[in-house]
Design a binder for this molecule. Structure first.
Ligand code: HPA
Length: 252
């Protein structure tokens, strides 16, 4: 699919890629500051992969403080053309039950006050408006979908991701509003990451893991214990999925 390097951005529940045979780590400096950590280079099931945990190796960077620009810039600087973004989300609509894997095809940005573009000042040569009609790279989405079908993981193959500001979770009324807007999933990291990847012309798709029913979609409140439990199930599925997705990216 692409000769350039492939990166995996790990989300909550995936700060380490267990089967990655690490060759080296590289500290990157960007015009936008420091990424979430050094890039980890290695062989993953026979393929070269770069891994970057979005929230830092110790999971210390909250969603609103992730330096999305530095992360995406550093990956591009390292020769990455393809980004598989793993993200924990809340499930809004019926099919998005905890533990489910979803491959969103749309996203709505509800975040605010984040550095959300590379196009400011003279940075990238004036005013540019990138097309975002289809925010995720369709071939990459299909690689995720086909791998999930082959492994019978039952991934939900489309859905709209609501990117919220966090770090607090939403109110039940906010989730009702997101559902009225057409959203199926809610997470705190999808934007500006998706848009920044597009600005640098990277192939980018999201593999979302549902960690909990979103606020007001279950009887009780949302607990970290519940999130941790469901992420364990969901991330185990992601780890099954990734080698096959990467294989598909490399051969198709
Ligand atoms: N809301 C926003 N982000 C999330 C959630 C949620 O319910 N669960 C995991 N990430």
């Amino acid at each position: 699919m692409s000769d350039g390097r492939l990166a995996i951005i790990g989300g909550t529940g995936l700060t380490r890629l267990k089967d990655l045979e690490i060759t080296h780590r590289q500290v990157m400096h960007t015009p936008y500051g420091e990424p979430s950590g050094p890039l980890t280079f290695g062989q993953y099931h026979g393929h070269e992969v770069i891994f970057l945990p979005r929230h830092g190796a110790q999971h210390t960077i909250p969603p609103h403080q992730v330096n999305y620009r530095a992360n995406i810039w550093a990956l591009r600087d390292a020769g990455v053309e393809t980004v598989l973004a793993i993200a924990a989300v809340g499930g809004i609509t019926e099919q998005m039950a905890p533990g489910v894997i979803a491959v969103p095809d749309q996203i709505i940005d509800y975040t605010w006050s984040r550095f959300h573009t590379f196009f400011e000042g003279d940075d990238m040569g004036g005013v540019t408006h990138v097309d975002m009609t289809f925010p995720y790279h369709e071939d990459l989405r299909q690689a995720l979908i086909q791998a999930s079908r082959e492994l019978e993981l039952g991934a939900v193959e489309q859905g709209t991701y609501a990117a919220t500001q966090g770090p607090r979770l939403e109110t039940a009324a906010e989730i009702d509003r997101l559902e009225r807007d057409g959203c199926d999933l809610v997470g705190m990291t999808g934007m500006p990451e998706t848009a920044l990847a597009r600005e640098l012309d990277l192939r980018y798709a999201c593999c979302a893991v549902v960690a909990n029913w979103a606020a007001g979609r279950s009887d009780g409140i949302i607990t970290m214990e519940e999130i941790g439990r469901n992420l364990e199930t969901g991330m185990a599925r992601v780890k099954q999925l990734l080698p096959m997705v990467i294989e598909r990216c490399r051969v198709s």
